[in-house]
Design a protein around this ligand. Structure first.
Ligand code: NAI
Length: 480
């Protein structure tokens, strides 16, 4: 705690370096900056206490400072142990007007390379507003903050946190330890936090999957807005963001020539489509795997060979998982890969590649090439290069998506926060999406920067196609 501000970051002295990058990012984030201007007077988030759990990057810094500019108090952690940009975290703590000696910004609890215990400690810190009040909204990415509250409240109801079982993941064990500490300290803490919560706005496919499951099972304790499925989020960030950041991560990690190489992309959803474009742009020969006949057919019509992993694994130079599913590349697959083939995941969680199985291979040797790049040598002498220990490599090995596309995602986040905070009682314990007029507004905010001249719909044309001149221009079922 310095100057009355709590935080835990790698090095506050990096703040100036972070601030310069934030300044450049602001120019590339016209949506967020327009929202700051539009809502400067109204201060719609005054009184909001926002708990954030989302990759602590330069772009996220601009989101945090937008929420603050709209009146919110904010506490922030990253949603991945490797994704923090330490200079961005430092700059947010110091704030635009503070100094390293007297930081005057926002509490951040995040650094690059957390252990899992540290990760859950950081996640817990975002719920500790200094006046003892819990947050009243969550910005989540992947659902960890939401799950922490739900599990915490459930264990409080039972009066105990279960013992970890032998086959529990390290991640789950670390979360249980955090919840056990919380329970000892205050046995109603997360129950009260859940009761005071106006809702959560969720950033990504993986988190949205968790939310719909909780809603289906009647377990959701507060309303949720699915930001991911705004068109201006998943059809842009997941696709064009990945197109930029996948090869960025592979290049920074390995510097390997991708042209001419055989790359396998597992999954041809939004992220998979961006991943394919990214690798094709470098001249790689790309093939995909899919379980969904529609996405498989799309891939085929896009000119890609659709294969099974077992049929290509021995020839692949690069394998990238994008499925949001579990157990995609198993240790027996890795055993068959070419010497020094590259293996990486860009889906949210780290169970797409069987890292636990890899570590258990008798006689396997792990050589750290550099942070977030490991060479795993099998007893037969062949090695695979694994990026970011199987966690999302675009954020572990590079700096994630560029500002412009994140401005779209985060404009949706900001508007979703305003919806939840300013309309208490209007949402049930369900998962909602933002109305299409707001989706169209986000897109509109990004057109000028690209020199787009939008054609104006004439009233007779609007009448002819049955829409309002001011939009929305498409029915809900339209798929873009
Ligand atoms: P999606 O649902 O559009 O695509 C996933 C695809 O994988 C689907 O088409 C599905 O049929 C396919 N799939 C599932 N199991 C499979 C299997 N066993 N083999 C082959 N294909 C399989 O989801 P989206 O939006 O593409 O997201 C994918 C993951 O990426 C999620 O975990 C999401 O949270 C994450 N994500 C990561 C980002 C990043 O910056 N790294 C950005 C956005 C999303």
């Amino acid at each position: 705690k310095v100057n009355g501000l709590e935080f835990a970051v790698a090095d506050l002295a990096l703040a100036a370096y972070g601030r310069t990058q934030i300044r450049l990012a602001e120019h590339e984030m016209p949506g967020l900056m327009a929202l700051r201007r539009d809502y400067a007077a109204a201060q719609p988030l005054r009184g909001a206490r926002v708990a954030g759990s989302l990759h602590m990057t330069v772009q996220t810094a601009v989101l945090i400072e937008t929420l603050v500019a709209l009146g919110a108090r904010v506490r922030w952690a990253s949603c991945n142990i490797f994704s923090t940009q330490d200079e961005a975290a430092a700059a947010v703590v110091v704030g635009p007007d503070g100094t390293v000696e007297e930081p005057a910004g926002t509490p951040v609890f995040a650094w690059k390379g957390e252990t899992l215990d540290e990760y859950w400690w950081c996640a817990d810190q975002v719920f500790r507003f200094s006046d003892g009040d819990g947050p009243n909204t969550i910005v989540d990415d992947g659902g960890d903050a939401t799950v922490l509250v739900h599990r915490g409240a459930a264990f409080e109801a039972k009066g105990e946190v279960p013992e970890a079982a032998d086959d529990d993941s390290e991640d789950y064990v670390a979360m249980l330890a955090t919840l056990a500490r919380s329970l000892r300290e205050d046995d109603r803490r997360f129950t009260r936090i859940a009761a005071g919560m106006r809702g959560v706005t969720e950033e990504t496919t993986a988190g949205v999957t968790r939310l719909y499951r909780m809603a289906r099972d009647g377990e959701l304790l507060f309303p949720a807005i699915n930001v991911n499925d705004s068109v201006t989020k998943s059809k842009f960030d997941n696709k064009y963001g990945i197109r930029h950041s996948l090869v960025d991560g592979i290049n920074r990690a390995t510097d390997v020539m991708l042209g001419g190489k055989l790359a396998v992309v597992c999954g041809y959803g939004d992220v998979g489509k961006g991943a394919v474009e990214s690798l094709r742009g470098q001249g790689a020969r790309v093939v995909v795997t899919e379980i969904d006949p529609i996405c498989a057919l799309q891939a085929a019509m896009d000119g890609l060979e659709v294969v099974r992993l077992e049929d290509v694994i021995e020839r692949a130079d690069v394998v990238i998982t994008t499925t949001g599913n579990t157990g995609i590349v198993l240790v027996e697959d890795m055993a068959r890969m070419k010497h020094q083939a590259i293996l990486g995941n860009i889906g949210h969680f780290d169970d797409e590649i069987d890292m636990a199985g890899l570590a258990r291979v008798p006689g396997i040797l792990r050589t750290r090439v550099k942070p977030q790049v490991d060479e795993w040598t099998f007893p037969d002498g062949h090695a695979v290069i694994v990026l970011s220990e199987g966690r999302l490599l675009n954020l572990g090995n590079a700096t994630g998506h560029p500002s412009f596309v994140m401005s779209n995602s985060f404009s949706n986040q900001t508007m979703a926060q305003i919806e939840l905070f300013t309309k208490p009682g209007e949402f049930d314990r369900q998962v909602y999406r933002l109305p299409k007029r707001l989706d169209e507004k986000v897109a509109r905010l990004h057109l000028d920067a690209l020199g787009v001249r939008l054609t104006e719909l004439r009233p007779d044309q609007a009448e002819y196609i049955g829409v309002d001149v001011a939009g929305p221009y498409k029915p809900e079922h339209y798929r873009y």
